[in-house]
Write a protein that binds this ligand. Structure first.
Ligand SMILES: Nc1nc2c(ncn2[C@@H]2O[C@H](COP(=O)(O)OP(=O)(O)OP(=O)(O)O)[C@@H](O)[C@H]2O)c(=O)[nH]1
Ligand SMILES: [Mg+2]
Length: 338
């Protein structure tokens, strides 16, 4: 009984774990989003800024001097009963190996896009890298406070350049400098971040946005129903998809990669972080939902440099560094040497 109880407890815990990375083009705001997540979850009590060199994850003096991320850094926080382990990765192409080695251990990712630029060249590269590792993703269109920011244009560039269906689950309230909140199209409620307030105020959908919110919610339900059998069944029977079915379908589509949930915000102004964390908990997989990573297949059998000291040759390790086609483990050298 003890063993069974222990296993049950472990599974229960793992189901609430989210191991994820933050990926994006240079300067899209990965480190700022990470910093705001740490603040929203109570890990830090002061909001650091990447350009001031005061963030948690840009820890190296070079990163702090230059205001860029060079090394992937992991942090951990708790949100709504979920343990979120987060890796902030660099956006510069020179450091893309850091992204590669992070992807190896991730179960999911938040891909951040600049609300003005949409999909940029390095966003395409990290998207393809995540494709190679089969990492489920949600998209955050950030910097909606900037002049020229446009959620619809960013979602369209995701469709065109990344060849994936954007499932936009929010409608921004206000534009550019006046961006103050979002309408949650799944639960049809508004979240507003008043000036000087750290947390969102929840309320009904604003009257002037009612028609537009209903139109967009309908588009979202149609897009989901087209790709998900259960949602389609409900849509045909009731002419609408309920919030719980919609959320479950969005979770399934995220895992299969048939669509990508798109949320929006302004990390700099601390707007949109709580619904982003809700989306992480609701849609991204736990370690139990993803298949085990395959082991490596080494082309050349390992050989010891010095049989007396039993050292691995320089630059060679028996442990996998990246998944390759096969699953055979290399023979241990002591099995082939006398
Ligand atoms: N206006 C505005 N600026 C933002 C927002 N989010 C981040 N920034 C700014 O954009 C700059 C880059 O932000 P970072 O968080 O360092 O971006 P990053 O993606 O981590 O950059 P690298 O790790 O170097 O690729 C900083 O000056 C931020 O203050 C936002 O929502 N709005
Ligand atoms: Mg960074």
């Amino acid at each position: 009984m003890k063993g069974h109880g222990h296993a049950y407890h472990l599974n229960d815990t793992l189901a609430a774990v989210r191991n994820l990375g933050i990926l994006a083009h240079v300067d899209a705001g990965k480190t700022t989003v990470t910093e705001r997540i740490l603040y929203a979850t109570g890990v830090t009590y002061k909001r650091g800024e990447a350009h001031d060199g005061t963030t948690v994850t840009d820890f190296d003096p070079q990163e702090r001097d230059r205001g860029i991320t060079i090394f992937a850094a992991a942090v951990s926080c708790v949100w709504d009963g979920h343990r979120i382990n987060l890796i902030d990765t660099p956006g510069h192409i020179d450091f893309s190996d850091e992204v590669e080695r992070s992807l190896r251990v991730l179960d999911g990712a938040i891909v951040v896009f600049d609300g003005v630029a949409g999909v940029e060249p390095q966003s395409e590269s990290v998207w393809r890298q995540a494709d190679r590792y089969g990492v489920p993703r949600i998209a955050l269109v950030n910097k909606l406070d900037r002049a020229g920011a446009d959620l619809d244009a960013a979602a369209e560039s995701i469709r065109e350049r990344l060849h994936v269906t954007p499932l936009v689950v929010q409608l921004p309230i206000g534009r550019e400098d006046g961006f103050t909140g979002v309408v949650d199209l799944v639960r049809m409620r508004s979240l507003i971040w008043a000036d000087g307030q750290d947390t969102a105020r929840e309320g009904p959908v604003p009257e002037d946005l009612g028609d537009e919110a209903r139109r967009r919610a309908r588009l979202l339900q149609e897009a989901v129903a087209e790709r998900h059998a259960l949602a389609l069944e409900e849509f045909c029977a009731e002419a609408a998809v309920s919030a719980p079915t919609l959320a479950a379908a969005l979770r399934d589509l995220t895992r299969t990669g048939e669509g990508v949930v798109v949320v929006c915000g302004s990390a700099y102004r601390n707007r949109g972080i709580e619904p982003l964390l809700d989306a992480v908990a609701a849609y991204l997989p736990s370690p139990l939902d993803v298949p085990p990573a395959p082991g490596p297949a080494r082309a050349t059998p390992p050989r010891l440099c010095s049989s007396s000291r039993r050292r691995w040759p320089t630059g060679w390790s028996p442990w996998p560094s990246r998944p390759a086609g096969g699953t055979r483990w290399p023979k241990a050298p002591w099995a082939v040497t006398r």
